[in-house]
Write a protein that binds this ligand. Structure first.
Ligand code: CP
Length: 312
């Protein structure tokens, strides 16, 4: 099975077949990860650099672990502490690393389009987008899809709600692309100031500003963080006010007459977009999402490497 692309820049560039191939390969790697020895030799002659220009806990550790489980050699680069502070450009930094015979680049960057820029200049090196600005976070959407399928089955016809800061969320955009391509219904809920006006028509999604009605509609609610670091203007009155209108609480969930699946990509701001008792409840698959991220990233790296044997 082969992907139609040499890079993973976004879900936008993937076909439904690509997405199915990644998810089914991830299922095979998930089985590997249940074994006493959680390692395969699939990428033992491959060297991967993890290039993080922006902070990360889950994505960074997950990629590094995925690479180790695949027996790849890994190098970790953080912009802080590097020669970026001396004025070195992104392209010069990457070209210097690649001259040491590195095969693949995993990159997180605060600038939307940074991985696309690299892919244009380095067409022969596989580039994996680990989150670029407010654009896309494709492996997050893939692990979210994997976790939904694991919990409630095929995405076709499922009702998925994304709650919160849609405007600044790369997780939201990647999820919308993926869920629509795979036949799910998508609804967005949050303050009108955090949901772009164009999005309803552009992506054929529903918008419901009343959170209780939106929760009543969905099978799965994916709760997003308020991205305060990306907001340069006041878009809602206060975090307290936000919590009162759009915070997912156990009281609100008890008022709808069905049990929905609760997701969150992390990091969580407890008491703002989600209350602790909901995040830690049996309805929540938040830590399953993190667990599944390793298998999904193993699948992405393996498929982009062009290797023909899983090695298991
Ligand atoms: N979900 C996510 O991208 O988390 P990190 O920022 O910790 O990687």
């Amino acid at each position: 099975m082969q992907l139609s692309t040499k890079h993973l820049l976004g879900i936008k560039q993937l076909s439904p077949t690509d997405i199915s191939i990644i998810l089914s390969t991830a299922q095979q790697f998930k089985e590997v990860l249940q074994r006493p020895i959680k390692k395969v030799p699939s990428l033992r002659d491959v060297t991967i650099v993890n290039l993080f220009y922006e902070n990360s806990t889950r994505t960074r550790i997950s990629f590094e672990l995925a690479e180790k489980r695949l027996s790849a050699d890994t190098i970790n680069f953080s912009a802080s502490g590097s020669s970026v502070s001396k004025g070195e450009t992104l392209l010069d930094t990457v070209n210097n690393i690649l001259s040491m015979k590195v095969d693949m680049v995993v990159m997180r960057h605060s600038a939307s389009g940074a991985p696309h820029f690299l892919a244009q200049h380095l067409p022969n090196t596989a580039i994996v987008n680990a989150g670029d600005g407010i654009n896309e976070h494709p492996t997050q959407a893939l692990l979210d899809a994997f976790s939904i399928i694991e919990k409630i089955g095929d995405l076709q016809g499922k009702k998925i709600l994304l709650i919160g800061d849609i405007m600044h969320s790369r997780v939201a955009l990647s999820n919308i692309y993926l869920l629509k391509k795979m036949g799910a219904e998508v609804m967005l809920s949050g303050p009108p100031t955090l949901i772009p006006k164009y999005i309803k028509e552009a992506f054929d999604v529903q918008v419901e500003y009343n959170l209780k009605k939106a929760l009543q509609w969905c099978d799965v609610a994916n709760v997003l963080r308020i991205q305060l670091e990306r907001q340069n203007q006041v878009l809602f009155s206060s975090l307290r006010e936000y919590n009162l209108s759009y915070g997912v609480s156990s009281k609100l969930l008890s008022e709808i007459n069905k049990e929905i699946v609760i997701m969150h990509p992390g990091p969580i701001n407890r008491g703002v977009e989600i209350d602790s008792d909901v995040a830690d409840s049996s309805q929540s698959v938040i830590l399953k999402q993190v667990e599944n991220g390793v298998a999904v990233r193993m699948a992405v790296l393996y498929l982009l490497s062009g290797k023909k044997e899983l090695g298991n």
